[in-house]
Design a protein around this ligand. Structure first.
Ligand SMILES: Cc1cc2nc3c(=O)[nH]c(=O)nc-3n(C[C@H](O)[C@H](O)[C@H](O)COP(=O)(O)OP(=O)(O)OC[C@H]3O[C@@H](n4cnc5c(N)ncnc54)[C@H](O)[C@@H]3O)c2cc1C
Length: 383
């Protein structure tokens, strides 16, 4: 790559990163000025959108001049193009995005903006918008699909299970998460992991915890009703089990969902690798799905279940489910990150970790310190 190209993109990245929020706001303002109807595609709050947009542009400006990684960049842009269909983004909108970006870049680069720089940056942005648009146009799966809530029940004051029946065939793999929009928060998308594998009946099940101050999760736990129609978009995630290596699963709270889906899928076969799941919550009474895990283990000798809770006893407000002791399941006190590395030698295992971003990060770090190769640890992206 010519040194001028490298230099122009490098300089542009510096200018963008001087004030990312201002840059993104200006680009969106330019887009909405070209086509005011575009604003309607997005939710009221665009904070997450702004952050993601800046992350992508920053990554593009870093990745294009780099010596390697171009295939991954194209894959990422194609995925973004497919994902953006859920907002109602149409192929012609990509030209608006290109024009808005070029207008803002010209202003940011002021003194560096000569015809050579303009051409270089134009080519880079044509690549970005062209790949996204092409992927969106050639995608064969539907941009959105719907399912109806048929059952919802609360497990604790901040945890609910929601069951739905899809209106069209399911197209995701066990262990994946789905982009979801609920009627209480139109145009706002969140990720939820399916806790059961896809099936011909179109049944879906989600375990949702209302996070403190959380908009969508609180609405699901508090307000979701039978008959609500949820909208879904793409499925993502690569959690999987290789058949040639012992398995360690570490599930924190509702992080159990994708691992539970994999276990249910595995239980259809007899020749699974030995699998040990540690399921942890803050209080023992929050281990709501322990009975289901015990049921799977009772007919699948390859599965071992261990319960973990940070506290030994429940506070008064938890209506306790059956305790690990009552279910005959080994119970450790502590955090998953502390308990799991000490509970065995996991060096020759494939490891799947699911839970809150903080739980994933600490558990991963402590397992690596305990000798597990980083490349053998899988988890979903941490946002
Ligand atoms: C791959 C993936 C799979 C997921 N699967 C599930 C699932 O199966 N079940 C489920 O309940 N949730 C799941 N989540 C989390 C979910 O997507 C939402 O992020 C979460 O429900 C909060 O959304 P909200 O709109 O209520 O909060 P927001 O309104 O977006 O945020 C409000 C506040 O909560 C904080 N917050 C956001 N997310 C979390 C979190 N996970 N833990 C603690 N604090 C948080 C924010 O920092 C902010 O301060 C998953 C997330 C990812 C990335």
């Amino acid at each position: 790559m010519a040194s001028h190209t490298r230099h122009a993109l490098h300089q542009l990245r510096i200018e963008v990163n001087r004030d990312p929020e201002r840059f993104v706001t200006e680009v969106y303002t330019r887009m909405f000025a070209i086509d005011p109807d575009l604003r309607d595609l997005f939710g009221v709050s665009m904070a997450a959108q702004h952050e993601a947009f800046h992350r992508v542009i920053d990554h593009v400006l870093e990745a294009i001049p780099a010596a390697t990684g171009h295939t991954e960049l194209v894959e990422l842009l194609a995925q973004l193009g497919r994902d953006h269909r859920k907002y109602g983004v149409e192929p012609e909108h990509y030209h608006i995005m290109y024009s808005a970006l070029m207008g803002e870049f010209a202003e940011l680069m002021a003194e560096y903006w000569d015809s050579e720089t303009q051409q270089t940056i134009s080519q880079a942005m044509m690549l970005v918008t062209g790949v996204m648009r092409g992927a969106a146009e050639t995608a064969t799966d539907p941009a959105r699909w719907t399912a109806e809530v048929v059952e919802k029940y609360r497990i604790t004051r901040d945890l609910a299970v929601v069951r739905l029946i899809a209106h069209s065939p399911l197209r995701f793999r066990p262990g994946q998460y789905l982009e979801v929009q609920v009627p209480q928060w139109p145009k706002v998308w969140r990720n939820l992991s399916s806790s059961i594998p896809p099936n011909p009946a179109g049944e879906l099940e989600f375990h949702v915890r209302a996070v403190k101050g959380g908009t969508v999760s609180s609405a699901i736990v508090g307000d979701t009703r039978v008959g609500d129609v949820w909208t879904f978009a793409q499925s993502h995630g690569t959690l999987h089990v290789d058949r040639d290596r012992k398995v360690l699963m570490v599930a924190g709270g509702t992080g159990l969902a994708p691992l539970r889906a994999l276990l249910i899928e595995m239980s259809k076969r007899v020749d699974n690798p030995p699998t040990h799941i540690f399921y942890g919550t803050r209080h023992p009474g929050e281990l709501y799905d322990l009975a289901v895990l015990r049921r799977i283990a009772s007919t699948n000798p390859w599965l071992q279940v261990t319960a973990v809770s940070e506290h030994e006893h429940d506070p008064w407000w938890i209506n306790s489910v059956a305790t690990p002791e009552e279910l005959g399941i080994e119970h450790h006190i502590g955090t998953l990150a502390d308990v799991v590395p000490r509970a065995g030698n996991w060096e020759d295992h494939q490891v799947l970790v699911a839970g809150s971003p903080q739980m994933i990060e600490t558990t991963r770090r402590k397992l690596i310190i305990a000798g597990v190769r980083a490349s053998r640890i899988q988890h979903d992206p941490v946002f």
